[in-house]
Structures are given as C-alpha cells and as structure tokens.
Design a protein around this ligand. Structure first.
Ligand SMILES: [Zn+2]
Length: 687
C-alpha cells in the first residue's frame, strides 16, 4: 500500500522493531546520556578520508548483530528500551483480571494473554483457518469468488490490490477511496522481473516456501509444487502489470481520480458493490468525491485475469494469501516456514524472536495507538514537548533563512516556498485525541479471532473517514515508534514520543548532539516538504505546481546530480544504491543536516566555542550526526533494502551527505581532493 507519509528510517524497521535484544556497551544509560561516545572513534582513520568509519568504526566490532536480528544499531537500542516498557505494560494488563470490561487495559491485556498462549496456539494448529478454507473450497462461480475475496479483504487478507481511505492528492480536504496495485508475496515488481543473482534466489526460495505451506496443508509434494507454480503465475502477471517502485514514487503517476462509473468501466468484470458492502462504503454518498486508481493499467490487467485465470487457481491464491498473512499466528510448523523465508532469506536473521516480542508486535499491529496511550503516560514528560517544539521552531526559522538566501530560485517561487513553510503543522509526542476502540471486541477465547476482529475493525475505522472532514488529530505513527514523518497532504511534520529520547534527543545534553541528532531528523522532515516529490504539493497539501519553469529546471539539475552521486555508492557485493529511488530521502538528508547546523550556530553552546573531548562545537555536531547511524546489517537484509527501501544505507546517509556540505569541510579542515570532499563543481546544495 502506498503511504501518504514519508518516514525517517526504512519502513522495514517497523517489522524489525520487535526483533531486538540489548547487547554491547552502548546500551548503558551513561553512554546514551553522553550522546557522542569517544570510544567509538577510530583514530587510525582520517575523518576526511572516511568520516563515517572515523566516527563509528570501533562500535561495529563491539556490537555484533544478535541472532534474532537482521540489523543492530543505535535505533535498535532505543527501540529495545521502548519494548521493555511496552512489555511491562502488557504483562501488567494481562495479569489484571479486574480491568473494567471494554477498557483498553482489558483489551490489551486479553490480546497479549492470548498471543502469549503458545500451548493453545500450538494445539489449534491450522484449525483457526478452517472456516475460511471451507468458504474458499465452497466457491464454484466467479461471483462466489468475488464474495469470498471481499470478505477476506475486509479481514486484512485476500491479496490482489490494496484499498484504503486517504486524502485526495489534489483536494486534501477530501478523504476518498484509494486503490493501489498489490497482491504480491514478494516486495515489488522487481523481484519478479529482474534476473540478478539475489532476485533469482529469492524467487526460488519463495516458491519453496509456498510448496512447504501446501504440503503442510496435506498435499503431496508434486501437487504442492504444481499449486505453487500456478500461484506464482498469477503473481507474475500481477507483477508484470505493476509499476516499478521508481515509477510509482512520482506523485502524479499514481493519481487517477475517477467517478464510480469510470472505475466500473475500467473493470467491467469486477463487482465493486460486493467489495464495498464488505468494507463498509456501500453508502453512495461515500463515493461522491470520486475514487483514485493508483495504476489503471494494473487494474485493467486484473480485470482480464478475473476470467482468464481458472477458478481453481484463484481459490489456491486466496488460500495462499490467507496463510501467508497469518502463518506467524499459527502453530510452529507454519510459523517456522514463514520465518525461513521472511526472516532468514530476506533478512538474514538466524533465530526467531522470543514469544513476548512477537506477541508485542501482534498487539501493536492490532492496537498500537491504545498501547501508546499507556506508554506516554509512563514515558513522556510535557516539558519534553515544550523543548522539542522550541527546537522545531528554531530549525524552521533556519530553513526560512535558507530559502531567503537561496541563490538559484526566483523571488516568485521563494514566496510560495515561504508560504508553504509557514503553514507547516507540527505534531510532537502523541495525539491530542485518542482513537475510540470501544467497537473492538477482544477476549481470552481465541488469539486468531481477536486478530481477525482487529483487522476488520481497523478497516472500518479507516473507511469511516470517507466523506468526513480530515481529522487533524490523526497520526500515521504510534506514540512509541522510534521514527518521524512528513505528510504532504497535511503538510505536517510529526515526531512521536518514541524518538524524543536519548541518544536522539536529550534536553540535558550538549546542543551539538541534539542538533546533530534529532535536529537533523527535524530538518530532514521539513526538507521532505521541498524534496523532488514534496515540492509538488502546495501550502494546503494539494498537488499543484507553484514553481516557475526556470526554478523547476534549476531544481532538477541539482537533484539529478545528487541522484548520480548516490548511484555510484556500492551498498553490498555488486549491489549499488539506486540514486533515483532514494532521491527524496537524500535531498531530505542533505537539506536537513545543513538546516540543523545553521540552527545550531545560533545556540549558546555553539557560541561558547568550548572544546569537549578534544572536539570543537562544529565537529561534535557532525560526530553526533554520524553516530546516529551506527548500524550493523546482515547482507541479506542489505540486499533486500537496496531493492526496496527509499532510504540510502547508513554509511551514505552520512558520507554521501557531508561530502556536499561546506560546513563539514570547514569543521574538519579538509582540503580539495580529500575523499570526503566533493570537487567544487560537483558539490550540491539544494536547501
Ligand atoms: Zn525521510
């Protein structure tokens, strides 16, 4: 599904969040308080020849990736700390059998209790899926197929495409129904169409995973293999008709507003009424403002497939999607098969996470916001919000100066840019209005049924937004999440409580660390409003061109040069960063770092010019920035990310950025020709 917000670190981290244990010296609170840890510097490396390695190299060897993880770094240490808090909340809630029925404590406690009940989950085997399989087995007509599909879709499965309620890109006040390509078990078209070594291996392993599942369902090996190949044929057709990641990141490429009638004409063989009934948008008024179809060509092909593909194959496809989405909630044989592929092959994890971490991630996927409500009561102080807001304002002010001083943009475009900046909405900590979960029933009877009800509830919650004014208190991240985002439709930057903690943010620490850490994150999110996609949206969150032709051309020259730089960076083995796929993030990293630095220059700490740990204020700022990115990766995960993630690998988020930054050169006294300094004619400053 397309996100209408851009996160600071890869979305994969949401999955990885619960995949961590505390190890190594960097987890003690003293180290975190100090912000920059001098023990991590490698003095055998010249900062002007490899700044990232200079700042972080000693950390890598001391912090191996735990077997359950595919990544281990600064972010994970904090995520793990948050997890411990969340675990305590859930354990207390599940022990508290006297919580008021219907309260969020009761629901969180009961859900966690059933998720932890591995004995019953094991005993049930695939029993929880039985009633859905019976529905699928009972299909004998195309109409019945569409009915069962719609039912499964409303329960968070089904495949084929994504459907959700989101803001209209050109009229951000309207929430409309959105359709987007989907239905693939591998993350994106590229895995089905590319023939590099990794893609071929992943496809083979995926087929193996499928075959394993169908043997677990009672088929012999040959039948299971045959079913798997037929499902793969369906996915291959869906993939061939899909846009690439690169194509679909262009905002205008996925904007195709249509009337309901036009949508019906696009897919004459698909009965939308059946789906709309199931997901709760049958009320005609809900479709008045139109429907957006992300990729019309994909949906045309899907329409052809409805009748081309045999009903028997569709039935197996539905089963596959049901089980693929739920294998981790079933007995260990299914769980292990799923881990073998999604954990080992795609991420390189060696072991499964302990039960409590899986359970925590289930609870979070079902009731993340209510869980966050209890989290902030324990972990978030009002003064953190006040201080963080002050910092956001300082950095916004610095961005404003950067626009005014910009030397490649006309006054007319600057005026619009400043207008957009002035209307930025800032959210810090957590929402002012918690979502209502009273309609969700959670009990201690069945973990699987709890999760299905939660999926249906979330779908309904989302669809309820259609036709109503946009709720400004909606958050696309949970309060406990260690991340941040920019939303182009809301023109807002959002910083959850989860990230407003050491080492990213510590109100009592040196300003250098705070500005190099959370300051760079804040600058990054602001810059997203002006990256190659964000710049297409105006101050009201509408896709509208506010650039003069010449300014747009000036922007493009710089953006293209930046893309070219990053495409030259080798990520792992023979795999290179895709400078175009990561362009928006790289622009945001570059703009964010410079903007945060200029805001830092106005602080008392900077102007006191004290040397701490042998480094000047400017040097500490850049060191703090680099140490935010101390992360070890397994090569399997890195290969997956290079293909799928819009963020560059950490090393290039640091080195790729600073190579363009004059302020870095001045701070470390580098000279032309040093590896950390791009030649003057190739040095790019956009914001
Ligand atoms: Zn970003």
């Amino acid at each position: 599904m397309k996100q209408n917000f851009i996160s600071f670190i890869s979305a994969v981290s949401v999955i990885l969040i619960f995949n961590t244990v505390i190890i190594g010296q960097s987890s003690s609170s003293d180290d975190l308080k100090s912000g920059i840890n001098p023990e991590n510097y490698d003095h055998s490396i010249d900062p002007n020849s490899d700044f990232y390695d200079f700042a972080c190299n000693k950390w890598f060897g001391k912090n191996p990736i735990p077997p359950q993880n595919s990544r281990w770094g600064t972010w994970d240490v904090l995520i793990e700390q948050n997890n411990e808090v969340l675990k305590k909340i859930l354990e207390d809630a599940s022990k508290n059998t006297s919580a008021a029925p219907g309260s969020i404590e009761q629901k969180l406690g009961d859900l966690y209790f059933t998720a932890m009940d591995s004995v019953n989950i094991e005993k049930a085997g695939m029993e929880p899926l039985k009633k859905y399989f019976e529905m699928i087995d009972g299909i004998s007509t195309q109409e019945e197929f569409q009915k069962v599909f719609a039912y499964l879709k409303s329960a968070g499965s089904g495949g084929l495409f994504s459907v959700w309620a989101g803001q209209d890109d050109k009229n951000s006040r309207n929430v409309i129904l959105q359709f987007y390509q989907g239905g693939l078990g591998l993350s994106g078209k590229e895995y089905y169409t590319k023939n590099d070594e990794n893609s071929v291996k992943v496809r083979e392993k995926y087929l193996e995973f499928m075959r394993k599942i169908f043997t677990l369902l009672g088929n012999d090996n040959i039948t299971a293999g045959d079913i798997s190949r037929r499902i793969m044929d369906i996915e291959q057709r869906l993939a061939d008709a899909s846009m690439t990641r690169l194509e679909s990141r262009q905002a205008e490429a996925t904007y195709h507003p249509m009337s309901f009638q036009e949508v019906k004409d696009l897919m004459p063989d698909y009965n939308f009424e059946i789906l709309f009934n199931e997901i709760g948008v049958s009320d005609a008024g809900k479709l008045d403002k139109g429907i957006n179809i992300g990729q019309p060509e994909f949906f045309k092909e899907l329409n052809r497939m409805l009748t081309d593909v045999k009903l028997e194959d569709w039935k197996n496809y539905l089963k596959w999607n049901l089980i693929r989405n739920n294998a981790d909630k079933l007995s260990s044989d299914f769980e292990e098969a799923s881990f073998e592929f999604y954990g080992k092959t795609l991420r390189g994890s060696l072991e499964q996470r302990p039960r409590w971490k899986k359970s925590l991630s289930f609870v979070e996927s079902a009731m993340g916001e209510p869980l966050g409500q209890l989290f902030v009561e324990l972990k978030f102080k009002p003064e953190t919000k006040t201080k963080a807001l002050q910092m956001v304002n300082n950095i916004k002010e610095s961005f404003k100066d950067r626009i005014i001083q910009n030397d490649w943009m006309s006054e007319a475009t600057k005026k619009e840019a400043l207008k957009k900046l002035s209307t930025f909405n800032v959210k810090i900590g957590y929402t002012d209005e918690w979502k209502d979960y009273s309609g969700l029933e959670i009990n201690r009877n069945s973990f699987f049924d709890n999760m299905i009800r939660a999926s249906k509830f979330r779908m309904k919650q989302n669809m309820n937004k259609i036709g109503k004014p946009v709720n400004k208190n909606d958050w696309f991240m949970y309060p406990q999440t260690v991340n941040a985002y920019y939303s182009s439709s809301n023109n807002e930057i959002v910083f959850p409580a989860g990230i407003l903690q050491p080492p990213f943010y510590d109100p009592s620490a040196d300003d250098a660390v705070n500005y190099g850490g959370i300051g760079a994150v804040i600058g990054h999110e602001i810059s997203h409003g002006f990256d190659d996609q964000g710049r297409k949206y105006d101050s009201e969150g509408n896709m509208k061109d506010w650039w003069t032709e010449e300014d747009a051309a000036n922007f493009k020259v710089r953006a293209d040069m930046l893309a070219k730089q990053y495409s030259g960076y080798n990520a792992v083995d023979s795999y290179y960063v895709d400078g175009n796929l990561t362009l928006g993030e790289n622009i945001a990293d570059l703009g964010g770092l410079i903007t945060a630095y200029h805001a830092y220059m106005k602080t008392i700490d900077y102007n006191n010019d004290l040397i701490l740990d042998g480094f000047t204020p400017s040097q500490r700022f850049f060191l703090g920035f680099a140490q935010m990115w101390m992360i070890n990766y397994r090569p399997e995960l890195m290969k997956t990310l290079v293909k799928t993630d819009s963020h560059s690998p950490p090393k290039f988020r640091v080195n790729g950025t600073i190579k363009n930054v004059e302020e870095f050169i001045n701070a470390f006294g580098g000279k032309e020709g040093d590896p950390m300094i791009n030649p003057k004619d190739k040095r790019i400053v956009i914001w």
